[in-house]
Each structure stands twice: as C-alpha cells, then as structure tokens.
Design a protein around this ligand. Structure first.
Ligand code: ATP
Length: 236
C-alpha cells in the first residue's frame, strides 16, 4: 500500500533519515520504534508531504506521490495525527472534527455521518462535543486528534506518538482503539517511543536508529529480539 524506497531526508546540513526502505501492506499496523531524535516523526511528516525527500521514492497504492503537496495526499487517502496532538484548543470538539473534514467539502448529512462514526469509536468525545478542546484531558485530546484525522476517512492513518505524556490506563485504551481501527480496515503506520506497546500490536515493525533502519521483522519477532530488548525494553 505504502512503499518508501531508499528515502533520505535532511534539514539543511542535518541528515534526519538515511536510506530508509519501509513497506506497509494494506490492513496492517506497522510500527516504527526508536529513541528520541531517531527520525521517526520526520518520516511521518515526509509521508504526509510536510517535509520534502532529499532522495528516494514514495509510492502510495501504486502511485508515485513524492511530488504531491500535502493536501493532495490527504485527498489520496493519507491522514496524519501529529505528535503533540495539535488540536485547536479554543474550538469545541465538534468544531475540531468538522475541521478534520474541511477539505472534503461534505454536505451536512455526510458530515453528520462521519462525525457519528467518530463518536461511535470515541464515546467520550460525544459526551464532550460542546466543550472547547483545551478542557479535555490529555488522553481525550489524543482521541480527538485521532478522530479528527479519521474525519477524512483515510485508508492510511499516520499516528505519531499517541502515548506521549499519558497515563498507562488511557494508553491501553488508545492502543485498543488502534487495533479496532485495523479491524475496520484502516491501515496504521504508528511511531512510538513505547516500543513494548507498539510492537505488541504491530503486524510488522522497523527499528530506526539515527535515521537508519537497523532492524525489521514482525512485531512479535522484534519484541523477542535481544537488541531491541536491551535498547528499548529495559534489558532482559
Ligand atoms: P522524537 O520522538 O523526539 O520526536 P523522532 O525520532 O521523531 O524523535 P525527529 O523529530 O524526526 O525524531 O528528528 C530527527 C532529527 O532531525 C533530529 O536530529 C532532530 O533534531 C532533527 N530535526 C527535526 N526537525 C527539525 C527541523 N525542523 N529543523 C532541523 N532539524 C530538525
């Protein structure tokens, strides 16, 4: 579904991603794990069209998208839920969701249907639809960020650090939602520092170290891998 081929990404003199080849098959959850600064967010931004490739190729559903601007990638079926959520704090939950569908120019009925689908997946958001996003808890804001991305009805959801700053119980709830999304046919590319959680749900996973893919395998394989255990899972 998505194929990154020998991708290089640089910020001026800083090489953030080097020679990354990554494949995402439809219907999978694919995880990219790695330490702070490894280049994980940069990769997602490049897929979303927010930073350019310095070299390499990117194909989505067979089509070369490297030159497409970000909004055209959204229209093609790719949505990003960014690191740090970036919901609009003063807008209500409902308005944040509407903004997620803005580029689709939906009629009222279709908009209501798309919103109802999100409220079904995230009942807490339904209860809070008239509240400004700033009044939500961190976990609820994360749910809102995911729901907003889903308003575009993407086939590929790019999810950047959904666990960031959240308590264990709510993280578990969010990972439950990620697996529910897969069951609904949404393909998920997930970036996470919490390697144990990400590998636990991932069909396939990649370890990124200082911009390079150093390991790949099924989530279960990488969970057992001695180097992954030593570096990302607290030893053992
Ligand atoms: P984190 O989990 O901390 O976000 P990450 O794995 O997502 O880490 P990136 O944010 O992709 O890592 O950063 C990769 C490298 O690129 C880092 O060295 C970072 O300092 C650098 N970098 C990221 N964004 C920029 C930018 N806008 N300008 C210059 N350098 C950047």
């Amino acid at each position: 579904m998505l194929q990154l081929d020998a991708v290089h990404i640089a910020y001026g003199p800083i090489q953030a991603v080097a020679d990354a080849t990554i494949a995402v098959e439809p219907g999978q959850i694919v995880a990219i794990v790695g330490a702070n600064g490894a280049g994980k967010s940069t990769l997602l931004k490049a897929i979303a069209g927010l930073v350019p490739l310095a070299a390499g190729g990117i194909r989505f559903e067979g089509r070369d998208i490297a030159a497409l601007p970000a909004h055209r990638r959204v229209a093609a079926g790719i949505a990003l839920s960014p690191e740090g959520r970036q919901v609009f704090p003063d807008q209500t939950v409902r308005d944040n969701l509407e903004l997620g569908a803005y580029s689709r120019r939906l009629g009222q009925a279709d908009l209501a249907r798309a919103m109802a689908a999100q409220y079904e997946l995230f009942p807490r958001l339904r209860e809070r639809q008239d509240q400004p996003a700033v009044t939500l808890s961190g976990g609820e804001q994360q749910m809102l960020a995911i729901a907003r991305a889903l308003m575009g009805e993407p086939r590929l959801l790019l999810l950047d650090e959904p666990s960031l700053g959240l308590a264990p119980l709510i993280i578990r709830e969010i990972f439950g939602i990620i697996t529910a999304l897969r069951a609904r046919g949404v393909t998920v590319l997930l970036v996470e520092q919490m390697a144990n959680l990400a590998l636990g749900v991932a069909d396939r996973a990649y370890v990124l170290e200082t911009g390079r893919v150093t390991l790949e395998g099924s989530g279960a394989e990488l969970l057992q891998h001695p180097r992954v255990r030593a570096a990302y899972l607290g030893g053992g």
